[in-house]
Design a protein around this ligand. Structure first.
Ligand code: V07
Length: 266
C-alpha cells in the first residue's frame, strides 16, 4: 500500500478511530510532550560492534561512535523532560571479550567525562553509577567518582551508568545482606517487605524504569534490571546504537505515551 493508502481507505469510509487521530497527530510533531513522559528510561545500548563490522571498521570504532550517541541521547532525554536515564555501558558478562577491547572500553568513561563533564555540570545533570566497582580499573573508578561527586548536588536529569552491572549479582548481594541481618536477629523474615529488598539494590532511591529500550534487534534482557523492569514497557528497534538518534528516542516515547493512554482508558 502507498504511503497514504492506509489513511485514504479510511477517509473513503469515513472511519477514524480516536486511536487513528492520536497516531496522526503524533506523527506530525517530532517532540513528545504532555502527560505521560516516562520518568525513567533505561537503554541497552547494543550493536556497536556490528555497526563497525558493517563498515569494515574495528569494533572499538563502534564503541567510540556509541559514546557520541550517549551524548546525543542524554541531551534529547533531558529536552523532553525525562528525569532518569539509565544506560547499560558494561555488563558483568562483557569481561569475556578480548582483553584489548575490554581495556579500550574501560577508558571510555574517562574519555567521555573529559569531554562532557563540564557541560553536564552546566546543564544541572547528576551523574550516577550502578555496578560493582571492585573489579574495575582504578583509573575508571576515579573518573566516574569524580563525576558523581562533582554533580551530586545537581537537581536536573539523573544520568545513571550501569557499569560492571549484572542484575542477578545485584539481587544476590541484596539477599545476602537481608540474610545476614536475619541471622543476627535484626529483622524478622516473616515481616520482610518488597521495600526492604529494594533499598538494598543498586538502583535504590530511583523510580523503576517506565520504558526499556534495546537497540540492534536483540529481544532479550541480558541480566539487566530484572527486578526493576517488572512493570516496564519494552521497546525494541533494529537500529544499531551508534545510529540511534533523537528521532528514535522520541518514537519510543510516543509509543510509550500511546500505550499509557490506552491502558489508562481501560
Ligand atoms: C561506553 C559507549 C556507549 C555504547 C556502549 C559501549 C561502549 C559512556 C560511558 C560512560 C560510563 C560511565 C561514566 C561516563 C561515561 C561508557 C563504557 C562504554 C564502559 F561515568 N559510554 N560508554 N562506558 N560505550
Amino acid at each position: 500500500m502507498g504511503l497514504f493508502g492506509k489513511w485514504f481507505r479510511k477517509l473513503r469510509v469515513g472511519a477514524f478511530t480516536a486511536e487513528d487521530m492520536e497516531r496522526m497527530r503524533a506523527d506530525d510533531d517530532e517532540l513528545p510532550s504532555g502527560d505521560n513522559i516516562p520518568k525513567h528510561v533505561a537503554i541497552i545500548m547494543d550493536g556497536n560492534g556490528r555497526w563497525a563490522k558493517m563498515r569494515g571498521l574495528p569494533r572499538i570504532a563502534g564503541h567510540h561512535n556509541g559514546m557520541k550517541a550517549v551524548k546525543r541521547i542524554t541531551k534529547a532525554a533531558d529536552r523532553v523532560g525525562v528525569e532518569v536515564l539509565t544506560l547499560y555501558a558494561f555488563s558483568t558478562e562483557n569481561w569475556k571479550r578480548p582483553k584489548a577491547e575490554v581495556e579500550f572500553l574501560m577508558k571510555l568513561p574517562q574519555e567521555f567525562l573529559a569531554i562532557e563533564l563540564e557541560e553536564l555540570i552546566e546543564n544541572n545533570v547528576q551523574v550516577r553509577m550502578m555496578g560493582d566497582r571492585g573489579q574495575l580499573p582504578d583509573h575508571t573508578v576515579a573518573a566516574v567518582e569524580e563525576a558523581v561527586r562533582r554533580t551530586a548536588h545537581n537537581t536536573g536529569l539523573i544520568l545513571n551508568f550501569a557499569l560492571n552491572y549484572g542484575s542477578r549479582h545485584e539481587m544476590l548481594e541484596a539477599v545476602k545482606e537481608v540474610a545476614r541481618q536475619a541471622a543476627a536477629g535484626k529483622v524478622d523474615p516473616e515481616a520482610l517487605e518488597e521495600a526492604d529488598f529494594e533499598k538494598r539494590l543498586l538502583s535504590s532511591g530511583l523510580p523503576d524504569p517506565d520504558l526499556l529500550i534495546r537497540t540492534s534487534g536483540e529481544l532479550r534482557l541480558s541480566n539487566f534490571m530484572l527486578w526493576q523492569l517488572a512493570y516496564s514497557e519494552f521497546w525494541f528497534t533494529d537500529v544499531f546504537w551508534p545510529e540511534f538518534g533523537e528521532r528514535h528516542l522520541y518514537d519510543a516515547i510516543r509509543e510509550y505515551q500511546r500505550r499509557a493512554r490506552r491502558y489508562g482508558g481501560l
